[in-house]
Design a protein around this ligand. Structure first.
Ligand code: WTA
Length: 669
C-alpha cells in the first residue's frame, strides 16, 4: 500500500467546507431514528457491541432456530456471527411479509424501452419458488455455486432470491463485463449453473449477454452443467442442446411453493468478485445471517424506510450496492423497490427524473458520477418533472465533491431534502458510515460518522490510533460487525494479508489479545467535529464512474496484446467519471509515434474494452521507452499519477533508475 499521499491538499479542501445542514424538522419528527434515539443506540453499542447486535438480530430477523452464540472470535479475523442459528434469507425477504403485505408491490420494474411490470410480494414469492424448484430439477443443491449474468431486470432479483431459497451460493457478474471476465469468475467459483438472458437493452443498444456466455463457455468452464436463459429481447441466439434451458420452460410447470432450505447463519449467501490492488479480482464471500442483518438494519435506519416508501437504488445488481440495497435490504423490510434496466441518458437525460415522477419514488439512491453527469445537462431538465414525492436522497460509491452535493441538494432536493452520503465497500456488506437523515447534521462531501455498532478509527503508518479530531491517515474498523466479509473465496491467506496484516500479523495479535484492525484501503480525515471525510483509495484500486477496477487487471489486459511489452496504469481525476484511466505502454520493437501511435492507441483502447468490458477502456494511452522505476525495480506510480495529471513533479526523482524518462512520459522528448 502507498503512503497516505496527496492528503494535505485534500484535507485543506475539506477543512474549507464548513456548511452544516441540520435534519429538516419535519423529517426528523417522523423519522425512525431521531437524534435522541441515535444517542441511545450509540451508547448501547458502546457499552456492549455484541449484545447490541444480538438484540437487533433477534428483533429484526426471523430465525428457524435461534442462535445462542452471538460472536465467535476464536478464529479471528475469521469471525463468525450467530453461528448456531438457522435462517433463510429468502424467507426473511419475502415469506414473512406475505400475510400483511402480500398484495403490496415488491418490485416495480421499468425496461429501457418503457415496458413496466409490477410484482407484488405474493407474485415475487411465486416466481422465486418456481425458479428455485426449476434449479433443483437441474440438480442444484445447497452449497452449489450459481453464476448470474443478467441485465437489470426483475429476474436478476428473482434469481438471487431463488438461490438464497435453496442455499445455493450466487456469484453475480456485472452484465457490462466481457466474456473473458465472465469466464474467470465462473472458473473461480467452479459454478455448476449459469443464469443469463438472450440480451438486455442499455443506452439503446442490445447487450448480447448470451453471446458472451457462449464465448466464455467455449473456452473452458467445464464445471457449468446448465445455462438457464431468460427471454428478454426475443432476438435470435445460438443454442446448445442439452446445456441451455429457457427460463420460461423450466418454470412453467414448476410448483409455486418451495420450502426454504434452512441454513446455518454462516452459510455463504453469495460471493462477489471485486478488484484489489494486485492480481486477479477476489471473490468476497458473505454470510447469510450476519449479512442480512447488516442489509436490513442499514436499509431501515439510513433510508428511514416507512411502509409507503418507494425506494429506488440506481446501482446495478452486479455490484455490491445492487445486492444490499436492491435484492436484500429493502425487501427484508417489506419495501417497494424500483428497478430500471437502462441508461440514464436514454432516450434523454430526463429519464431518471421521469422514472421518479412516474413511479412516485420517495427515496432516491445513486452515485456521484450520475449526479455530475446529470448536473452537466442543466437544471431545466429535472425541473420538467414532478419530483414532489421525493423525501430523501442518497449517494454512494465514491467521494461526492461538495459542488455535486450542493447541486443535488438544491436542484433535486429543493433545499429541503436530507442527503445521506453512505460510505461502505463490497467487503463491508452494508453501509458503515452515513448520516441518519432524521438525526445527523450533514456537511457536503462528508459521510459524517460511523453507524451505531460500527467503530472506526484513523491510524498512522505504524498502526497507532490517532487520538482526537483533526486527524488524517488510514481508515480502520476496530471491532467486527455482522455483515463483514468472511473470507476471500478459496484463498483465506489473501483475506488475512489484504485486510488484516498491514500493521502486523493478525494471528499474533489474536494470541496476545490485542485488537485486530480491519484496513479498509481508504485514506480519511476526521475533522474537528469528529466527521469523516473519505479522501480516496490508498492502493491501486480505481473508481471509474463508480465501478471498482484494479490497475493490475487493466495492465494484464494490455500486455495480452501482441504489440505490448509492459504497461502501467494509473487513475486521473475526471470531471464526470470521478476517475479516468491513463495507461503508459512500452511496445515490443520501436516506440510508435505520429499516426502509428494514434492508430495503435485506438486499437489498444478497444482491445481492453473487448477483453474486460467497456468500463475499463483507458481514456489515454502514452507510449514510452521505459517506465519510471526505483532501483529496486518498483514502478513509481505516484510519479505516473502526477505525469498523467500534467502536474509539476514534486517527488524526488533521484532514486529513479532512469531519471531521463520523465520528460518522455510527459510528452516532452
Ligand atoms: C469508495 C461500493 C467516499 C471507497 C459501496 C471504498 C466511497 C470503495 C463512498 C468501495 C463514499 C464508497 N464516499 N468513498 N460515500 N462509498 N466509496 O467495493 O474508496 O465498489 O473503499 O463498494 O468505494 O467500493 P465498492
Amino acid at each position: 500500500m502507498n503512503k497516505p499521499e496527496g492528503t494535505a491538499s485534500n484535507i485543506q479542501s475539506t477543512l474549507a467546507e464548513n456548511r452544516l445542514f441540520p435534519p429538516p424538522a419535519e423529517f426528523a419528527g417522523k423519522a425512525r431514528i431521531d437524534s435522541k434515539r441515535l444517542t441511545e443506540l450509540r451508547a448501547e453499542a458502546e457499552k456492549d457491541f455484541v449484545s447490541f447486535w444480538a438484540k437487533l438480530a433477534r428483533e429484526e430477523l426471523n430465525w428457524k432456530q435461534p442462535f445462542s452464540v452471538t460472536l465467535d472470535d476464536s478464529k479471528a479475523p475469521n469471525y463468525r456471527w450467530f453461528s448456531d442459528g438457522k435462517i433463510n434469507v429468502s424467507y426473511n425477504c419475502i415469506d414473512r411479509h406475505l400475510a400483511t403485505h402480500g398484495d403490496k408491490p415488491a418490485i416495480i420494474f421499468e425496461g429501457e424501452p418503457g415496458d413496466v411490470a409490477t410484482l407484488t410480494y405474493k407474485q415475487l414469492h411465486a416466481e422465486v419458488c418456481k425458479l428455485a424448484n426449476g434449479l433443483k430439477s437441474l440438480g442444484v443443491v445447497k452449497g452449489d455455486r450459481v453464476v448470474i449474468y443478467l441485465p437489470m431486470i426483475a429476474q436478476a432479483v428473482i434469481a438471487m432470491q431463488a438461490c438464497a431459497r435453496i442455499g445455493a451460493t450466487h456469484s453475480v457478474v456485472f452484465g457490462g463485463f466481457s466474456a473473458q471476465s465472465l469466464r474467470d469468475r465462473i472458473e473461480g467459483a467452479s459454478a455448476k449453473l449459469l443464469i443469463t438472458a438472450d440480451g438486455g437493452t442499455r443506452g439503446a443498444h442490445v447487450v448480447e449477454l448470451k453471446k458472451a456466455v457462449d464465448e466464455a463457455l467455449a473456452g473452458g468452464c467445464k464445471c457449468i452443467e446448465s445455462v438457464v436463459v431468460y427471454k428478454r429481447t426475443g432476438k435470435p441466439i445460438e443454442w446448445t442442446r442439452g446445456r441451455d434451458v429457457w427460463w420460461h420452460e423450466l418454470t412453467e410447470k414448476a410448483s409455486a411453493t418451495c420450502e426454504p432450505e434452512w441454513v446455518d447463519a454462516e452459510h455463504p449467501l453469495f460471493m462477489l468478485y471485486t478488484s484489489g490492488s494486485t492480481g486477479k479480482p477476489k471473490g468476497i464471500q458473505h454470510s447469510s445471517g450476519g449479512y442480512l442483518l447488516g442489509a436490513h438494519v442499514t436499509s431501515k435506519w439510513v433510508f428511514d424506510l416507512h411502509d409507503a416508501d418507494v425506494f429506488w437504488c440506481t446501482a446495478d445488481v452486479g455490484w455490491i450496492t445492487g445486492h444490499t440495497y436492491i435484492a436484500y435490504g429493502p425487501l427484508s423490510n417489506g419495501a417497494t423497490i424500483v428497478m430500471y434496466e437502462g441508461g440514464p441518458m436514454t432516450p434523454d437525460p430526463g429519464r431518471f427524473w421521469k422514472i421518479c415522477q412516474d413511479h412516485g419514488v420517495t427515496i432516491f439512491y445513486t452515485a456521484p458520477t450520475a449526479i455530475r453527469a446529470l448536473a452537466k445537462m442543466g437544471e431545466q431538465i429535472p425541473k420538467r418533472y414532478d419530483l414532489s414525492k421525493l423525501r430523501l436522497l442518497g449517494s454512494v460509491g465514491e467521494p461526492i465533491n461538495p459542488e455535486a452535493w450542493m447541486w443535488y441538494h438544491r436542484v433535486i432536493g429543493k433545499e429541503k431534502l436530507p442527503i445521506v452520503d453512505t460510505w461502505w465497500q463490497t467487503e463491508t456488506g452494508a453501509i458503515l458510515m452515513s448520516p441518519l437523515p432524521g438525526a445527523t447534521a450533514t456537511k457536503p462531501g462528508s459521510c459524517t460518522q460511523p453507524l451505531p455498532g460500527i467503530f472506526a478509527e484513523i491510524v498512522d503508518e505504524a498502526g497507532n490510533l490517532i487520538q482526537g479530531n483533526d486527524a488524517g491517515g488510514y481508515l480502520v474498523i476496530t471491532r467486527p460487525w455482522p455483515s463483514m466479509l468472511r473470507t476471500v473465496y478459496g484463498d483465506n491467506e489473501r483475506y488475512l494479508s489484504t485486510y488484516w496484516s498491514q500493521f502486523g500479523d493478525p494471528l499474533t495479535a489474536r494470541a496476545e489479545k490485542r485488537p485486530l484492525l480491519y484496513v479498509a484501503g481508504d485514506s480519511a480525515h476526521r475533522d474537528k467535529d469528529g466527521y469523516y471525510w473519505i479522501l480516496g483509495r490508498m492502493d491501486d484500486v480505481l473508481k471509474v464512474a463508480g465501478h471498482r477496477l484494479g490497475t493490475a487487471e487493466v495492465e494484464s489486459a494490455l500486455v495480452a496484446h501482441p504489440r505490448v511489452a509492459e504497461a502501467a496504469v494509473v487513475g486521473r481525476p475526471h470531471e464526470i467519471k470521478g476517475e479516468g484511466i491513463v495507461a503508459f505502454v512500452i511496445c515490443k520493437g520501436e516506440r510508435p509515434t505520429g499516426k502509428e501511435a494514434e492508430a495503435l492507441s485506438r486499437e489498444l483502447r478497444e482491445f481492453v474494452s473487448k477483453s474486460m468490458g467497456p468500463i475499463a477502456k483507458p481514456d489515454e494511452i502514452r507510449f514510452t521507452d521505459a517506465l519510471p522505476k526505483t532501483r529496486s525495480g518498483k514502478i513509481m506510480r505516484r510519479l505516473l499519477r502526477s505525469v498523467a495529471k500534467d502536474e509539476e513533479i514534486t517527488q524526488d526523482v533521484s532514486t529513479l533508475e532512469n531519471p531521463g524518462i520523465v520528460d518522455q512520459l510527459r510528452g516532452r522528448a
